[in-house]
Write a new protein. Structure first.
Length: 108
């Protein structure tokens, strides 16, 4: 093997050709799913849940669950609403007054 200065720099050059139908080629070039991609459905559901609580002006867990639209990524029954609200409460996005969840200080 001949001594070449390029070998000492650590630089690498790679060329590749991918042939096939457009959709097949694009799917091969698409980056792996990122953390942001993975969290998108969760963030969308949290936004819908908060918008619902704001629109209602607050409500019980059952009332909130009944008002959630079908477009949610996950199923939200009354128990799931409470579990999620408890997390959102930590961020001052909702508050629990008696048995009614209301928009928190960060949303006012």
């Amino acid at each position: 093997m001949a001594n070449n200065e390029d070998e000492d720099t650590g630089d690498v050059s790679v060329s590749m050709q991918i042939d096939g139908p457009y959709n097949d080629v694009v799917s091969k070039l698409k980056a792996e799913e990122t953390t942001q991609d993975i969290l998108t459905p969760l963030l969308a559901d949290m936004e819908i849940l908060l918008e619902t609580v704001e629109r209602m002006g607050g409500g019980t867990r059952s009332a909130i669950a009944d008002q959630l639209p079908a477009e949610m990524s996950a199923d939200f029954d009354a128990a799931a609403v409470v579990e999620t609200m408890q997390v959102l409460e930590r961020y001052d996005l909702v508050v629990l007054e008696g048995n009614t969840w209301k928009p928190g200080p960060r949303l006012e």
